[in-house]
Design a binder for this molecule. Sequence first.
Ligand SMILES: [Zn+2]
Length: 114
Amino acid sequence: MKRLIALLRQRCPVCLRGQVFTTLFGMHTHCPVCGVKFERETGYFLNSMFVGYAAGFLILAPTAIWLAWMNVSILVFSLAILAETALLTPLIFRYARLIWMHADQALDPRRPEV
Ligand SMILES: [Zn+2]
């Protein structure tokens, strides 16, 4: 439960307190509280792309199905999907990385470095 709250609040997967993000897409390299390095190894965040892809699909598919059902023009369909993608990209980017980091920490724990 603590981990879920930390994940939703976008906190460090190790200490569950330090902020992960500095800007919309910018991350701390190390946790400001416990000092753990977020990018555990080179290419570490590559796996978060799978999380992001799945989340994007699950979010966009209902909209696409609804728009197809409403029989809108291809222009309206494309603009709606593009707008939704643009609006949700920061959210999906952040939570894809957070879900990946928290899942990795839960399966292969490491300790704070300070
Ligand atoms: Zn931390």
